[in-house]
Design a protein around this ligand. Sequence first.
Ligand code: 86X
Length: 567
Amino acid sequence: MASSKKETGLKLSVKKVRARARAAGRPLAARRPSPTPASPAPLRAQADNFPEWYSQAITYSEMIEYYDISGCYILRPWSFAIWESIQGFFDAQIKALGVQNAYFPLFVAKSALEAEKEHVEGFSPEVAWVTRSGASELVEPIAIRPTSETIMYPAYAKWIRSHRDLPLRLNQWTNVVRWEFKHPTPFLRTREFLWQEGHSAFATRAEADVEVLQILDLYARVYEELLAVPVIKGRKSEKEKFAGGLYTTTVEAFIPTNGRAIQGATSHCLGQNFSKMFKIEFVDGESERRLVWQNSWGLTTRTIGVCVMVHGDDAGLVLPPRVAPVQVVIIVIVSAKDTEEVKARLAGEAAAAAAALGAAGIRAKVDDRDNYSGGWKFAHWEQKGVPLRLELGPRDFAAGAFAGVRRCDGAKLALPLGAALPAAARAALDAIQADMLAKARAERDAHIAVVTRWADFVPALDRGDLVLAPWSELIETEEWVKEQTGPRGTAAAAAAAAAAAAAAAGAGGAAAAADAEAAEVEASKGLTGAAKTLCIPFEQPPLPAGTKCFTGSGKDAVGWALWGRSY
Ligand code: 86X
């Protein structure tokens, strides 16, 4: 680390410069990177205020910059590189399945969007419109895509004529806009976000069914193999499925710090609903006209937020190696006592190590900035979540090894200098990746409560657990659970009362706003909000004959459902 005397000297001179600038009425120069502080500003503790921690974790790490339009954020290289890793994996996998990429327009004509009223109806408040160019009103307003069914399917109807045109399987990587009114959260709920949307058409339901699960499996692999986030695969309830489709499958993740569940991605079988509406028909081998069977599936930049929340700690991000933009950071530690020759030798060794790691496909970087102390650099790269830090001081050099530190648990390990380094680093990164998933899985599993009686349901939620419970799958019981677990706080109750009054007065918009505010007040207090089904897991524990629905409805349970408070 740099000597403290030197630091003090610099600190005074910076102060002087700034004082002079102030006295002269000149604007202060942007704060010059200075080795003065021993470390960058620390984050708020997670346990103290999780939303505040999250906001600091994503800004201090340079993932996100805030923007002056609510719900919109700048994705800086540190987060965009993670999205590129996800894209690289998923894009290669779907191409191997036979899916092709294409690009459809951002805009959709009002008539096209509304041609298909039923599907759009519930969503219409979220649609953003372009109504003018310059000063002149457009003859017909144009919507910005919130999803692309109404843009893509008219073309599908043109392109598909015979069974030989099937399957048609297209994907696009795009942005979409949904003008949400709930409180926005970077990555998790934003008004513009990036995603891939896949849209397939098949001759038979059987083929569609197979694809739904192939895609869901790829989504599970993105979470588990890339992001080290365990997910539960399952089917959505009738209430929670995409209403335009036949059935929805999902991967569900869990945020241990606040006990909330979050939908990771969805893969839908649309059945023939859309092919009916858009007249997507083909002539089969027997010259019969038939409607195609369709699927759609989407994965968004929400993935990044889930990864941050699941793995992050009080020191900042903790990135899994598979997606970390920098996997290994090398920091040379020398002091004023070290000779120029020693400094040059260590710097040379660090540069050679980074080059060798790079040649072996490991994303490595030397932080050789001389205006930051070693301690500052340690904390900085910790905040950025780099999985493995390699320190090299004169003593490490003499011993022939880097002093390694794992970001995920602070464990120390020695990594050999020279030709053996890349293999050792690869092994260390693979171990970190595996350990992060195992830790997240153990933590998630410890938060799944198996509940068979209503009396145990809310207490489990209040402990921050997900609940696995025998369920009738009747929609009334899901609505009943929502009511029982809904807004209860006093402020929320007042807001809800105001909302009800406004609704009675016919002010729908105001009511919605008050509702949203009530939910916000609730959410800010921590573990509140209505519980819903997350999914009916594919992996089902045995259900003893005669098991009743946990709600006390008296109905028979038909299987186990996973419930929780969710984002
Ligand atoms: C549902 C369904 C589906 C393709 C996916 O989940 C994966 C990728 N689409 C999307 N959905 C809407 O259909 C929708 C429609 C409008 Cl008009 C809107 F404003 C918001 C929407 N949100 C979701």
